[in-house]
Design a protein around this ligand. Structure first.
Ligand code: ADP
Ligand code: MG
Length: 461
């Protein structure tokens, strides 16, 4: 069967979730044998794979399928000769070709079932070569993070060390920090770039203790020219690992090696992060990555469609960009869902197909912008725009201002520096503080809840 867009998207996510070894072992030789509206059959090399995938990975796969719009589907694994491994990776540290990606296919090839199935991801030290600066679309939510990453890629270890990037899920943190790794490797052959999620770091550390391989473990990380640790929040509460990471950090930092960290929140908001680590994370540069604006979402969609050799009509792009507003992974998911749907039915992805598939419901009017949120909030509290934007610290102005900041975050997912800017503040910590305060108080303050609800109702009316 022809390469399956949904399965490719599922594999892409699995790749980022499981360890590299697991991915190579269990998913490298899978392929979709059949898929229709109600079932999906994945071909695997032998019965052992079938058992392992069923017992260990099925729930995860089902969840990812649901995320890609196939929640109701039944999933089966079947042994199939064409999935027999052809080449086994010999050494874990060498380049491993996981799937082979042919040059981009034409629209027809992709939808017709001709042509060899093949997608290549080669891995170096945990990096996925799909994640490059070239394939990253820059917009207002991520330009700061992008600029910092570019600067680092050119001169690792010199400025912005460590770089700490934080932001919500699916906003491109992994993409961007891996792009640095890929660029460093491209600029300077032989550089040692080590990428790991903090969970991997924890697991490897525990294994190292268990198998008495601490020296190897420490050596692996401390010899890096660039160390990238993704999703640092998962190290919270793991004291021994934090201690080990602290030493790794110091060794690298002293040797002017670059450290890049990502997390879903800023260092000061990660609970049970050891103080000394927190303060080290604050040594360098901390940047926030925010949700993409409408134009960026459109550009991302058009870009991803082009990768499938499909040019989407602008109305289709705009429709999708309105459907999914805050998570780029979901945005990609929606696009993949659309392409898969069209592939199965041999349709052109036009506006009628896309509205049929996703409905006409829009979660947020396209043109709701920061200014409207601020104005609406000021109006609700019967203060003027000038007042809400002024430096005044009177209680009856500070409160609406904090709510406006909260709404800019919750509804428009703006980055903190952007929120500060929208309210005429220089310092983004004020924005963080305000948003957190309102979030907290919403749990118990019913009057506040009422205010927020009313403002939102007006905004969405
Ligand atoms: P995070 O690590 O913040 O959860 P990811 O880096 O995994 O997010 O991004 C989710 C998906 O969205 C990835 O497939 C990534 O390639 C894509 N993506 C995110 N931001 C961009 C962007 N600015 N341009 C193009 N693709 C993006
Ligand atoms: Mg990530």
């Amino acid at each position: 069967m022809e390469e399956d867009a949904v399965w490719q998207s599922v594999l892409g996510e699995i790749e980022l979730t499981v360890s590299r070894g697991n991915f190579v072992t269990w998913f490298k030789n899978t392929q979709v044998l059949r898929r229709d509206n109600s079932s999906m059959i994945i071909g695997v090399p032998n019965i052992f794979y079938k058992q392992q995938l069923e017992s260990k990975f099925k729930p995860m796969i089902m969840e990812l399928l649901a995320k890609n719009g196939l929640g109701e589907i039944s999933l089966e694994f079947k042994t199939h000769t064409s999935t027999m491994p052809t080449k086994r990776p010999t050494n874990d540290d060498t380049e491993v070709v996981i799937l082979s990606e042919s040059p981009k296919k034409t629209n027809r090839e992709m939808f017709s079932g001709n042509g060899a199935p093949s997608l290549t991801h080669s891995y170096r030290q945990g990096l996925n070569d799909r994640y490059t600066f070239d394939s990253f679309i820059v917009g207002s939510g991520n330009e700061m993070a992008y600029a910092a990453c570019q600067a680092i890629a050119q001169n690792p270890g010199t400025k912005y060390n460590p770089l700490f990037i934080y932001g919500g899920v699916g906003l491109g943190k992994t993409h961007l920090i891996q792009a640095v790794g890929n660029a460093v490797l491209a600029n300077k052959k032989g550089s040692k770039v080590v990428y790991a999620t903090s969970e991997q770091f924890v697991q490897e550390f525990l294994d190292a203790i268990r198998y008495k391989k601490i020296t190897d473990f420490a050596g692996h990380y401390r010899n890096a020219d660039v160390l990238i640790v993704d999703d640092m929040q998962f190290i919270a509460g793991k004291e021994k690992t934090q201690e080990e990471f602290f030493h790794t950090f110091n060794a690298l930092h002293q040797a002017n090696k670059q450290i890049i960290i990502s997390s879903d929140k800023p260092p000061k908001s990660i609970p049970t992060l050891e103080e000394r680590l927190r303060s080290r994370f604050e040594w360098g540069m901390i940047v926030d990555i925010g949700a993409p604006d409408f134009e960026t979402r459109c550009a991302i969609l058009q870009n991803k469609a082009t990768q499938h050799n499909i040019v989407l009509d602008q109305p289709v792009v705009e429709f999708l960009a309105n459907q999914v507003q805050t998570n780029i992974r979901e945005l990609e998911g929606a696009l993949n869902q659309l392409l898969a749907f069209c592939e199965m039915r041999n349709l052109t992805p036009d506006l009628s197909v896309v509205t049929g598939l996703f409905g006409t419901h829009r979660s947020r009017p396209r043109h709701m912008n920061a200014k409207q949120v601020v104005e609406r909030t000021a109006k609700h509290f019967q203060i003027s725009i000038e007042e809400i934007l002024s430096p005044k610290r009177d209680k009856d102005i500070v409160f609406p201002r904090q709510i406006a900041m909260y709404l800019l975050r919750s509804e428009l997912h703006l980055s903190f520096p952007k929120i500060a800017q929208e309210l005429g503040r220089k310092d983004h910590t004020t924005a963080i503080h305000s948003v957190e305060k309102i979030e907290k108080e919403l749990h118990f303050d019913n009057i506040l809840k009422e205010h927020v609800k009313e403002i939102k109702e007006k905004l969405y009316a």
